[in-house]
Design a protein around this ligand. Structure first.
Ligand SMILES: [Zn+2]
Length: 401
């Protein structure tokens, strides 16, 4: 396992990629030196808490969940391993668990999952289809055709969904052992994700790194070739950015007929995009019809206000979700005069994707922030759960409960 982790970190290093390894605290407690060495040699790697024992936390009572999380965090701290995030063993979570994580002061959770439509189910043998069904029953992934692969706030906890298929599904359930085919599946999912400007959170257990190294390298190469660029981030990086972007702000002031002064403020990593408007401002092509503007104060010509108008009946969660995507919002009960106007009094996760599609399909001019920092068009986070560090750990895992 030490070798697999070292090889994994070496490959990440060659691509300037960052990664998150969620580690079961009981395994960490038995081999802290392995993980401390890893952090010392690979500064781009972040560790996260993956439970105390590798057990189904959703099956536990409130008090048991709190005890598992508390013990795990205490072991990380006692061994001097920094952490801010969490992933549940077997991706098994419930609302009580998420509340307990938030209560424990964790910044993010990455236990919910969604499945990209990159497996040709008709081509599967019966036992492969059964394997896929078992995993879907167990982890209940949301279909990526209906939900965006994007982080979202649950109170103060950022949920960062994992993208499936992961190595477990492909290698164990579907018996795909061929590196070229693994690379093709992950590459196809990355392309779909990039087209929608979302976040691909790859799950590759380090113990399968020797088998999947070629596929991971092919994925990183493919990411490197995409435009706009793909932001390579750890889950901690994603959370820091999701917090940082709250300071992004745009003020639109009318300056004569059909002319708007734009004043943008916020962190330097924020990139301003404009579409469908003429003006004096210097810009460079970006993607999806947008152009990138490096100035923070300029004027634009547009008939209507080039932002998203939204009715005062809209719930706060909706405003938060749209602001997180970089849209410039104005609450108004007058639909007239806005490039895009949304009149909604309810919002839930199934509304996310249709709303984004509606805004992007609207023809009007728009000023917005890019969703990702530095002008990236999408993001890729490599993650790998470390359930055990030696064969011994694997053997004792079932008896820890
Ligand atoms: Zn695990």
């Amino acid at each position: 396992m030490r070798q697999a982790l070292a090889g994994f970190a070496e490959l990440l290093g060659r691509y300037n990629a960052r990664a998150t390894f969620p580690v079961t605290a009981a395994a960490l407690g038995r081999h802290p030196a392995v993980l401390r060495d890893l952090l010392r040699c690979a500064p781009a790697v972040e560790l996260a808490v993956h439970g105390h024992r590798h057990t189904d936390l959703a099956a536990l009572s409130d008090a048991e969940q709190a005890a598992e999380i508390g013990q795990a965090m205490a072991l990380f701290r006692a061994n001097g391993i920094p952490f801010v995030g969490f992933r549940a063993p077997y991706l098994r979570w419930n609302d009580r668990l998420l509340a307990a994580l938030e209560g424990a002061g964790l910044w993010y959770d990455s236990s919910q999952c969604l499945l990209w439509p990159v497996i040709d189910e008709d081509a599967l043998a019966p036992e492969q289809r059964e394997g896929l069904q078992l995993l879907c029953d167990f982890c209940q992934p949301r279909p990526a055709e209906a939900f965006p692969a994007l982080p979202f706030w649950i109170n103060n906890l950022l949920e960062i969904p994992v993208s499936l298929p992961d190595d477990e599904l492909l290698v164990e359930r579907l018996r795909l052992r061929d590196g070229t085919r693994l690379a093709a599946v992950w590459g196809a999912a990355l392309e779909l994700c990039h087209r929608r400007g979302e976040l691909f959170v790859l799950q590759l257990h380090p113990e399968r790194f020797p088998l999947c190294a070629g596929a991971l390298e092919a994925l990183l190469q493919r990411a490197r070739g995409l435009r706009p660029s793909v932001w390579l981030a750890s889950l901690r990086d994603v959370t820091v950015w999701w917090r940082e972007k709250r300071a992004l702000h745009v003020e639109l002031t009318p300056r004569g007929a059909e002319e708007w002064e734009v004043v943008a403020e916020g962190p330097g990593r924020g990139v301003l995009l404009v579409r469908g408007t003429a003006g004096e401002v210097e810009s460079t092509p970006w993607g999806q019809g947008y152009r990138m503007v490096s100035q923070r104060r300029f004027t634009l010509r547009a008939e209507d206000r080039p932002c998203v108008g939204i009715s005062s009946a809209a719930p706060l969660e909706l405003l938060q979700f749209l602001a997180d995507q970089g849209y410039v919002l104005e609450v108004s009960d007058r639909a007239a005069g806005y490039s895009v106007y949304l009149d909604r009094d309810a919002f839930s996760p199934p509304d996310m994707l249709p709303l984004l599609e509606e805004i992007e399909a609207a023809p009007g001019p728009l000023v917005r922030w890019a969703r990702w920092p530095g002008g990236a068009g999408s993001a890729l986070a490599i993650t790998g759960d470390v359930d055990a560090l030696t064969v011994w750990d694997y053997l004792v895992r079932p008896f820890e409960g």
